[in-house]
Design a protein around this ligand. Structure first.
Ligand code: GLN
Length: 274
């Protein structure tokens, strides 16, 4: 028998991460994380201790915590995630902020989120802007099912989901703001074989030799889907800002800008159409 305190201390030592140990323990116990505050001296019964050990072993073997627990926080949302979806990253909240800043103050605002995955970006925008209607697309039916469950669980009704590549399911529709966190890693980047990325869908991570194949396609195709003065905003890698700005300029967009994330790295580039 071990106390919660001891079990957490040894898992933290094994994983090198206290937060991960806590998330796995409360998942094994079926409790919220706040439960830990008042229960450090509780005894763990042997079945809970064994379940926790098994989760710690999976994490030590490399599996991302979000796939083990099936949950990940993003913006104000507690989201279901599965190996069919990318795990939402905190730096992607910048894309949500930039989109919200650009929504028209009045009228029937329409937003598209391309490659929505778990639905993180679409649902955060829809939650903050009740007057907006968000169309969320994904090529993966499995990912869309996760996103739809997240919308239902959060009772967010101003999002519609459509299956298909990027803008292809949005034929004939135009938007005030189009956002995307597409795959943008170079196909031969060794990071794809390391850490948590090994467990995530390759189709959500890598995009051709320079990582820009999908961004090129979105830049080209978004032009017929933007209202006059509408914005296209895309996340990209820290070293891709200049290349994405050049693509937008060459394609006839204006007001091109790049924004930095909290670590001062280029993270989102955007521009307006006409
Ligand atoms: N930001 C992720 C990473 O570098 C990649 C996500 C993406 O390609 N959209 O781990």
């Amino acid at each position: 028998m071990a106390e919660v305190r001891q079990a957490l201390a040894s898992a933290t030592a094994a994983l090198g991460d206290r937060l991960e140990a806590e998330l796995l323990l409360v998942h094994a116990l079926g409790k919220p994380r706040s439960w830990l505050i008042a229960h450090a001296d509780d005894e763990l019964d042997s079945s809970h201790a064994a379940a926790f050990d098994a989760l710690v072993k999976r994490r030590a073997d490399g599996e991302p915590v979000a796939y083990i627990t099936g949950r990940r926080g993003f913006w104000s949302l507690d989201l279901e995630v599965t190996p069919a979806t990318l795990i939402p990253r905190p730096e992607t909240e910048l894309l949500v902020e930039l989109a919200l800043d650009r929504l028209p103050a009045t009228g029937a605002t329409r937003v598209a989120d391309l490659g929505t995955g778990s639905g993180a970006i679409a649902l955060a925008i829809a939650r903050e802007s009740r007057a907006a209607h968000v169309m969320a697309t994904d090529a993966s039916a499995e990912a869309l099912a996760v996103a739809q469950r997240n919308a239902a669980a959060q009772r967010i009704a101003n999002v519609t989901f459509a299956q298909g590549d990027w803008l292809s399911p949005l034929h004939g529709q135009t938007f005030d703001v189009i956002v995307s966190n597409p795959p943008y890693i170079e196909a031969d980047d060794p990071h794809l074989g390391q850490g948590d990325l090994r467990f995530e869908p390759m189709s959500a991570l890598a995009s051709g030799a320079d990582g820009l194949d999908d961004i090129r396609r979105i830049v080209t195709d978004a032009r017929t889907h933007l209202k006059p003065g509408g914005w296209l905003l895309m996340e990209h890698g820290w070293n891709q800002g200049a290349a994405v700005r050049a693509l937008l300029e060459q394609s006839g967009y204006h007001d091109v800008f790049t924004a930095q994330d909290l670590e001062q790295r280029d993270r989102v580039t955007g521009a307006r159409w006409r």
